[in-house]
Write a protein that binds this ligand. Structure first.
Ligand code: AMO
Length: 449
């Protein structure tokens, strides 16, 4: 049993090198595999960094200790103190000859989920037992990479003079359209879980903080069950004042490039575990106009359902681009590209109309192949135009009063974007389903754990 502090780890398995041979070490981890040959037993002890082979010899060892080593169930948590010995037979080139083993946490049998089994459990079983699922090297790799992605974004933001903010998640109004809202009771009032920090980050542009970013949860009550949508996701948001569309796209290119570079530098082992190869993109990223995409899709004969007639017809200017459309584009553009000059009618009220053509917008998306990972744009900053836009979009100016007020007292031009952390993690790790990139996904059917 645990005794004082002598169970504490002195090294991770992967930190052991030739210089440590014949010295003492304490490793802590989980029993991945045990093989008892009678006179000798092998235990593979796994920690976050890798696996160590523990070699117990019955003749040089206390009988109780040997019995303990061979009987402890798989996935129990152990502390093993011993001597590091060179061993050409062991995978790492060394093994641990133990002289003290403490069971820190015993695992029940049978396990609800195998950690190193060849046959993979289904997604439901894995998510129900996520703590065990996360003991798998390839699942941990995703979260180690996710951590690097968020740190890389923060690194660029701080270097570029952005200030980190947190905005409320309990709100009184919608930002991204009224249908996808989770309603909640807020004492005697109705409230909602926020879909985006949009209105708050824009309000910050009227404060003099100038450049802000937020990395936080966003909630979307989307009913559809896809591999790309979550009901709770992490949004990486920026907003910058005295800036235009190009400025905010430039920051985005820096962030995405840094994400790739840092993952390549810090997570090469994780990429290897995932069998994933990535190449840092060059700046600037290609820019495709919405209009050109529509022309291309027309040439390809892409049909969409007409809202008025209910019949299929050729895609035309003004239609949203369906997933099949982006799949078509992704054949030539499998990697990163911006989509610019969207029709105003496909963008939210806060996106600025194009100064040369009010049918066009100053909104953009960043795609990776067929996947959209970012939306953003130049914002409406003129108070009269903003009120006009709200009206045009059928939104109640009074409800948005808390937001429009910030425009009435010297609002500078500003621009920004929101990037889905999970969508980017999917791309970098090659995960086929967005649920793989969240510890505890919230989707149409899952609220626990
Ligand atoms: P938008 O609604 O396009 O824009 O969202 C921005 C990005 O957030 C991610 N995202 C999602 N990820 C997982 N599951 C979802 N249900 C989901 N919904 C969105 C995507 C998407 O590109 N306020 C604007 C941003 C801005 O203009 O600053 C907004 O939220 O990666």
């Amino acid at each position: 049993m645990m005794d004082g502090t002598d169970w504490k780890r002195t090294k991770f398995a992967a930190e052991i090198g030739e210089e440590d041979y014949n010295t003492e070490v304490t490793l802590c981890g989980w029993v991945q595999y045990t093989r008892n040959l009678g006179k000798m037993a092998f235990v593979h002890l796994r920690d976050r960094s890798g696996v160590a082979q523990i070699t117990a010899l019955s003749k040089t060892m206390d009988k109780d200790l040997f019995d303990l080593i061979v009987s402890v169930p798989r996935e129990s948590s152990l502390s093993v103190r011993g001597i590091i010995k060179q061993s050409p037979q062991a995978k790492a080139g060394w093994e641990i000859i133990p002289y003290q083993v403490q069971v820190l946490g015993i695992a029940k049998t049978p396990l609800p989920l195998g950690v190193v089994d060849r046959v993979d459990a289904d997604m439901e079983t894995r998510l129900d037992n996520r703590f065990l699922d996360l003991r798998k090297q390839e699942i941990q790799a995703i979260f180690k990479i996710r951590s690097t992605i968020l740190a890389a974004a923060r690194e660029v933001f701080l270097e570029e003079g952005f200030i980190e903010i947190q905005t409320p998640k309990i709100v009184a109004t919608a930002t991204e359209g009224g249908t996808a809202l989770f309603e909640m009771k807020y004492f005697d009032k109705k409230a909602y879980l926020n879909q985006s920090p949009q209105l708050f980050k824009q309000t910050m542009m009227s404060t003099g903080l100038d450049r802000v970013f937020e990395i936080g949860p966003a909630f979307r009550a989307e009913e559809h069950d896809t591999r790309r949508h979550l009901n709770e996701y992490t949004s990486i948001d920026i907003e910058m004042a005295y800036a235009d569309l190009e400025d905010c796209m430039g920051i985005l290119e820096m962030v995405v490039q840094r994400v790739y570079t840092n993952v390549l530098n810090n997570n090469f082992i994780d990429l290897d575990v995932l069998n994933q190869q990535i190449v840092a993109p060059e700046r600037p990223f290609p820019r495709l106009r919405y209009g050109c995409i529509i022309e291309k899709l027309q040439k390809a004969g892409l049909e969409v359902r007409d809202e008025n007639t209910g019949r299929n017809r050729l895609i035309e200017w003004g239609d949203d681009i369906p997933l099949e459309g982006f799949k078509e584009i992704a054949r030539d553009r499998p990697s990163l590209y911006f989509v610019t000059e969207w029709p105003m009618k496909l963008k939210p009220f806060y996106i600025h109309p194009h100064p040369e053509d009010p049918e066009l917008s100053l909104g953009f998306d960043l795609n990776y192949g067929e996947k959209e990972i970012v939306s953003g744009g130049q914002r409406v900053h003129e108070p009269d135009l903003l009120k006009e836009m709200l009206k045009k979009y059928g939104l109640d100016a009074e409800t948005f009063g808390f937001y429009t007020k910030a425009f009435d007292y010297g609002m500078p031009p500003h621009a920004g974007w929101g990037l889905g952390a999970e969508r980017l993690t999917m791309i970098i790790t090659g995960a086929p389903n967005v649920r793989e990139t969240v510890l505890f996904p919230r989707d149409r059917y899952r609220l626990v754990p």
